[in-house]
Design a protein around this ligand. Structure first.
Ligand code: PMP
Length: 360
């Protein structure tokens, strides 16, 4: 018997208690072959050991739940950074780690603070977890003024190097922010640090309130595997694990745990590929400057650039017609900039050639 159409209605009372959020907008993932410079992925493959692990995976492990705490991967990360196991928390990409950190540490009635121009997921997590927040404007040159963070707040989040600006902040300024905010957790998101930033990892033993977040997605070419981690004092890591295990105990899967270990154990490959990206970044920046772009000083695997005459939106669209994808944000202050991920040398040559034909 067919049901009456009027039964199938959404009443206001029914939707009233849904959690309403505006989700994060990720960069496009076109499924056809394009020059993809829009989501800060690494153009090179992961370390060769990762492929070996993948090909050798015993199908029987899929029957079992993965290790709790991704223990062997956490141990490999701890060894790599020379910190105790108890100071490491691993998650499904740094988005998972950051999201858990927001949920765990930001329960104050005072607003958390982060820059107005930064990783656009921060306000999304604040909204979904109902955390009050205040965006602190970057200076006109897009750098962070550390003095702006010496204020009452419920927590601090700084991406260093910052995204999408690509600019890094000197460690002494980062330390001042951590020191001036001893009553709250300070998260330093180091997604791009391997490409030229100064890491705050050396401060973890000195400050109980510091949480450094890292990812395998950029410098380790493993965005599709989804591994991120945090390093911090034992009190922070214990609190993070308690919350995470109250949400979902088993997260990183067995295959990914093994692939992560293979990556972190191949330092030579890691250094070689990071250096290659940095070299290509330098070449690309100088070519862009020749074409009349203003290019911010990058410590990451992408460039943030604005053309002297042609609007960024027009360049973005013209590039897209040529199957070259870069990232364009409509946000005020940065709506005349393009964020350009560093691809292979060949891809960047094609990109520069395409720009030459676009820019009159
Ligand atoms: N932090 C920053 C600043 C980022 O740009 C990104 C990438 N979108 C992430 C964290 C998250 O990366 P992932 O979840 O792949 O580790």
């Amino acid at each position: 018997m067919s049901s009456n159409n009027t039964d199938n209605v959404v009443t206001p009372a029914f939707v009233k208690n849904f959690r309403k959020v505006t989700p994060y907008t990720p960069g496009e993932q076109p499924q056809r072959k394009v020059i993809k410079l829009n989501t800060n992925e690494n153009p090179y493959g992961p370390a060769p050991g990762v492929e070996k692990v993948r090909n050798g995976i015993d199908i029987d492990v899929l029957r079992l739940y993965p290790e709790l705490e991704s223990a062997s991967l956490s141990a490999a990360i701890a060894e790599y950074h020379g910190v105790p196991y108890e100071k490491v928390f691993a998650g499904v990409g740094s988005d998972d780690v950051l999201s858990m950190a927001f949920l765990t540490f930001f329960n104050s009635e005072k607003p958390i603070v982060f820059p107005d121009i930064t990783y656009s997921f921060y306000p999304v997590w604040a909204n979904v977890y109902k955390i009050p927040y205040r965006e602190i404007p970057l200076k006109s040159d897009f750098t962070v003024d550390e003095n702006d963070y010496f204020c009452e707040n419920g927590g601090v989040v700084i991406a260093n190097p910052n995204a999408p600006t690509s600019i890094s902040m000197p460690l002494d300024k980062v330390e001042k922010i951590i020191r001036e905010n001893r009553d709250v957790v300070v998260i330093i998101d180091e997604a791009y640090v391997d490409f030229g930033g100064e890491t705050a990892l050396g401060l973890v033993d000195k400050y109980q309130n510091l949480l450094v977040v890292r990812t395998f997605s950029k410098s380790r070419s493993m965005a599709g595997v989804r591994i991120g981690y945090a390093i911090g004092s034992e009190i922070l890591i214990k609190a993070l694990k308690d919350v995470k295990e109250s949400v979902n105990s088993y997260t990183i899967n067995t295959e990914s745990i093994k692939m992560g270990i293979a990556s972190i154990q191949d330092e030579d490959y890691f250094v070689e590929k990071v250096n290659q990206v940095v070299e290509t970044r330098k070449w690309t920046a100088s070519e862009l400057e020749k074409l009349d772009f203003r290019v911010l000083d990058s410590s990451s695997n992408f460039l943030f650039a604005s053309h002297a005459k042609m609007p960024a939106k027009d360049i973005f669209e013209r590039l897209k017609e040529k199957d070259i994808f870069v990232r364009y944000f409509t946000k005020e202050r940065i709506d005349n900039y393009l964020r350009i991920t560093i691809g292979t040398g060949k891809e960047m040559e094609l990109f520069i050639e395409a720009l030459k034909s676009i820019i009159e």
